[in-house]
Design a protein around this ligand. Sequence first.
Ligand code: 13P
Ligand code: SF4
Length: 315
Amino acid sequence: MSIQDQIKAELRARNAVLVAHYYVSGDLQDLAQESGGLVSDSLEMARFGQNCDADTIIVAGVKFMGETAKILSPEKTVLVLDESATCSLDEDCPIDEFSKYCDQHPDRKVVVYANTSAQVKARADWVVTSGSALKVVKHLHDQGEKILWAPDRHLGHYVQTQTDADILLWQGSCVVHERFKADALQTLKAKYPEAAVLVHPESPQSVVDLADVVGSTTALINAVKDRNESTFIIATDNGIFHKMHEVAPHKKLLEAPTMGEGADCESCAHCEWMAMNTLDNCLDVIKTKKNEILIDLTVAKKAKESIQKLLDFTA
Ligand code: 13P
Ligand code: SF4
């Protein structure tokens, strides 16, 4: 039996569901889809886990995605494929330091990106994802609120330019998106003038400035599917190409460059933590029930309030 069939059989036997992010390997994305689970962005992964009637949720992604699933579904068992698969944004925002920063600015609504620990979410008033940040911040700005934003300074800056809100920025960044280079992207654009440029807003402002579309992973996939161009230059983790090829098999997809002035690698547009998710550890985790996500109940209860606000707001 293939490893995929073994995993499917284990999922059925344990009433478990596999939920995968667009950045994990194509074989895991396919398996999640074929087995009745989901492959999606971080917002829809959270929503799906909460609404499904499985006893166990297996998360192929990074730790914060597993924590969000557990916070929203405390009665379910949540397992991640590798416990050390974290995220630079999560790591850049330790709770003690962050909490102190919030205490220094009591006049601001605390809005944090989903790529944070359960403790940071519990300290926040709102949790947002890249697909919902603009809408939430615009809503708060319209109500006259000032904002403390964490942890991604690039996404926060982008939201600031789009909403004109008064935003104080925590200085975290994504190690993958930060490496896209505007100079080299200009050169590639000149070579393919007919191409549309799609950029995830965790990228630096100089790269966002060159974009035809700025959006979440789902928004970028929809752009490839729906727009008339036949060539696209894409500034996000290259794991997303799997889904893009599936929805638009005849379109030409090019990676936005990570080389050029100041570069430390030539093609590094893949998250090392997302890459820790494999079919082998998926099978192992289902069989052994290892890597279970457990969260302190008080933290989980508080974090749930800020995530639920987002789910209700974007329903
Ligand atoms: P999305 O919410 O767009 O899926 O992004 C998650 C992420 O980790 C991007 O690097
Ligand atoms: Fe975090 Fe960046 Fe990896 Fe997304 S791609 S999980 S933001 S390090």
